[in-house]
Design a protein around this ligand. Structure first.
Ligand code: EPS
Length: 389
């Protein structure tokens, strides 16, 4: 049985993007409409560029499913690029003036070419469509275990959202988020982020922001403190940091832990036998500063991950740069782009987090089929509930 992994392939203006998932158990019902709706959400949000009016991203399953149910074989998903023109030099010209903040300069030196297009076609955040599809497939597995992932925008510039999602308010939160032009469930914060993006557009500038993902219904014991590479917090941080333009990741209280004493940080442990049926198995924590992870393992509380996205590096007014052919000072080259992709980033982040949780679920409870995995899961949870009896 292969480990649950995925890879993507595809250039921004190539014929298609591909996601290849391995290690998904057989028997998982694929909610195609949900996967396409995640792709649709990723295309949205205030501040997106003209590309999203050209594309209509949809997941085409090339392998790994039969009658909408996984077979246990590799799952290949294609997302066609309507704006495919990578070999058309007129419409997709070379880029010689690298954009500060983009992969342009580092990639051009790495691959020994003065044409940044050789790098930017793959570095482009268009690739996140394939990651979203892979993560949405992972969510189909997670939902069979009652695990729900909720990603949203929680801030930008001086604005911070005041809402705190919980399992009980999840549906209300989803409705509020989906009503927001920037996927922020706090209406006042949403309006101020929209205004900031509008101002950046006027200024020919760009805006980043903060995204947060909460995962509800995860039992304790996923991940491991036994080896550094098995720590789930590290893996979540790596997954989020790998999203284009992300520069910071926090779990739970995050950086704030350094500014508080132990008694102000650690979540007391209580036990309530009447709540044994919940994901924390009755080990109630009155606060969740740990963000659901202690020792690199889930502790049954909601997982909370935050990610900071930098502003898009393509500025209409340009930034100081050099021409790679002459080394002369110039302004960076403009390519059609977004003013802000923070809303889209929250969808991508939800789905990369979902994939890591699904991977950890498969590691602990995995089997070749969903039925086998379910048996392993049920027997573990029953044994954990009997502990101390
Ligand atoms: C993107 C599509 C791209 C960019 C954006 C993300 O389309 P195009 O380059 O054809 O306008 O809008 O890419 C970047 C932010 C980047 O850094 O390259 C998408 O579908 O998400």
């Amino acid at each position: 049985m292969a480990q649950l992994t995925y890879r993507t392939a595809g250039e921004s203006h190539g014929p298609a993007l591909i996601a290849l998932i391995e290690g998904m158990p057989s028997g998982v019902a694929i909610d195609h409409a949900f996967i396409d709706s995640e792709l649709h959400r990723r295309q949205g949000g205030y501040g997106r560029g003209a590309r999203q009016r050209i594309e209509e991203d949809r997941a085409i399953f090339l392998s790994g499913i039969r009658q909408q149910v996984t077979l246990g074989s590799p799952i290949a998903i294609e997302i066609a690029n309507a704006d495919s023109r990578i070999d058309d030099v007129e419409r997709t010209p070379p880029v010689f003036r690298p954009r500060p903040g983009h992969a342009d300069l580092a990639g051009s030196i790495k691959w020994l070419t003065t044409d940044c297009r050789a790098t930017l076609e793959r570095a482009s955040a268009r690739e996140t469509a394939a990651r979203t599809a892979a993560g949405a497939v992972a969510q189909c597995l997670l939902r069979t275990f009652g695990i729900e992932c909720f990603g949203f925008v929680c801030g930008s510039l001086a604005t911070t959202s005041a809402v705190e999602p919980s399992a009980a308010t999840l549906q209300k939160m989803r409705t509020a988020r989906d009503a927001s032009e920037v996927y922020c469930p706090d209406a006042a914060a949403s309006a101020s982020i929209v205004a900031a993006i509008h101002q950046a557009k006027v200024d020919k500038d760009t805006v980043g922001g903060m995204c947060e993902v909460h995962v509800f219904g995860v039992v304790p014991g996923l991940g491991s403190c036994a080896s550094s590479d098995l720590r789930l917090d590290a893996r979540l941080a790596g997954a989020v940091m790998s999203i284009q333009a992300f520069k910071g990741v926090e779990i739970g209280l995050g950086n704030e832990v350094a500014r508080r004493t132990g008694s102000q940080v650690h979540d007391p442990i209580l036990f309530d036998p009447s709540r044994r049926g919940e994901s924390h198995l009755g080990f109630v924590r009155p606060s969740n500063n740990a963000g659901g992870l202690e020792g690199g393992m889930t502790n049954g509380m909601p997982i909370i991950v935050r990610g900071a996205m930098k502003p898009i590096s393509t500025l209409l007014r340009g930034m100081p740069s050099v021409d790679l052919r002459t080394h002369e000072s110039t302004q960076s080259q403009y390519e059609r782009s977004d003013i802000s992709a923070i809303a889209a980033a929250s969808v991508v982040m939800e789905n990369v987090v979902a994939f890591e949780i699904a991977r950890a679920m498969c590691e602990k409870f995995g089997g070749d089929s969903l039925g086998e995995m379910r048996t392993n899961y049920d027997s573990f949870v029953a044994a954990a509930r009997r502990m101390g009896e």
